[in-house]
Design a protein around this ligand. Sequence first.
Ligand code: COA
Length: 535
Amino acid sequence: MYRIESKINTQSESFKSQKLEFQKIMEEFRQKMASTIHGSSPSSIEKHKKRGKLLARERINLLIDPNTPFLELSTLAANGSYENQFPAAGIITGIGIIHSRETLVIANDATVKGGTYIKETIKKHVRAQEIAIENHLPCVYMVDSGGVFLPEQANVFPDRFDFGRFFYNQARMSSLGIPQIAIVMGSCTAGGAYVPAMSDETIIVKDQGTIFIGGPPLVKAATGEEVTAEELGGADVHTSISGVADHYAIDDRHALQICRNIFENLELRKKQQLETSPIEEPFYDPNELYGIAPIDLKKPVDAREIIARIVDGSRFHEFKARYAPTIVTGFANIMGYPIGIIANNGVLFSETALKGAHFVELCGKRNIPLLFLQNITGFIVGKEYERNGIARDGAKFVHAVANVNVPKFTVVFGGSFGAGNYAMAGRAYDPRFLFMWPNAKISVMGGEQAAGVLIQVKQDQLAAEGKSMQMEEIEKLRENILQKYNHEGSAYYSTSRLWDDGIIDPVDTRKVIAMGIAISLNKPYEETKYGIFRM
Ligand code: COA
């Protein structure tokens, strides 16, 4: 494969000033991450530790193999909502390695409102289970939760993907042969009691873990019976009388060791094989991404400059390099794994969509995972393009992306607007993982375009009534819409609502995608079946 020849002058003033500007974006990102990771109140941490418990992230560190990475997902969930009282939405999810097996970990953080569930906590838990299903990953639940955050019950209890979905998923995962282990390290009340009860094996910690359908206050109210939490559903009761739990641990560390021991006896399954190459660092320094990643989305960025700083040796075998230049397609390796890359390089035209669809077919047939690098304003508009059938050609691309059965990974490195988001494997297209860079923006269209459309609609309405708008009114409307789109289009707004799996440092992109590919190998790729491509 040829090495990409970068045309960026890293000594130029424009590169240096953009890099400085990006440092501010990175500072904001790091500050938000740090304040989330250390977001619980000192008093709740002290109370937790006084009980002899480890913090959720400490538990994860001891659970996974030493010196191995943990791919934490959606750390900034619920950020900017609920007056920031739910750092990380009170739950840590991610993928780590236990006895050399990629494992999905779901850990309640009891220092955040007793580990109770708001809407975003539920979304994170369900999304993590989805990842376990799609990639056939064993699952460890570290339970330490008071269940539903009661003031929010209408947003967390009744709907299809609400609290009840956890146990439905557990049953389905079990039927698929996905091992599930629960470690009860604290409260596990009401519906939450089903997490350990539906796992393959359950560990419970002495004097800390409790499992019951109704806690002591509820029992007293219902029957008048007076009982302590320990008598009702403590470790002793469940490992010696009820049999709801299988292993008795004397403390958190012991419980984590038992869990690791369980992993020694899990079935080893056949993995998807890929033709790998020796790992090579990119020829161009990934740190240069800070000087290249688009901040002002109006300025075009050659996608090859991004690819050169993500792939092994900056080598890229480009496909159809001379055709439909607003999309860049080609093959490369990331940390030794083969990957097909589709990256935006401008607006999507008919021929762009055809090139994209063709390339997706190639990857599907060759069992090569796909990486979508999004920086897309949308499909081209106008009479000429509609007459040439842009909708039909765009549909081919969407069809190919929706049905291809190799794992898809999506990284939004610039803008993600309109139907371009769909064709480029947006969230609705089930990429195995979707990450945003902190500079990225996502909305149905850009703020200025939305303002233009809404002002036009308003003016047409008024004109029909024989009225018109004053200049100041138009400007006020434009300003309001711009502000709204600016706020709602930010990567932080997106990640807070789990429209993605997290915001990542651009420099980490290659590491994160390599982990994603490694994770995807746990489930052999299925054959792709397409429906009808409209010709
Ligand atoms: N809904 C809303 N808030 C809850 C809650 C719930 N289910 N459970 C706990 N909280 C809040 C508390 O009000 C407190 O908030 P604050 O920090 O603003 O004061 C915070 O979470 C911590 O609770 P606290 O009781 O002080 O902590 P703890 O570690 O001693 O106990 C629990 C934690 C979860 C064991 C205990 O609070 C409890 O039993 N909660 C009720 C559980 C329940 O019955 N759930 C049924 C849901 S279906």
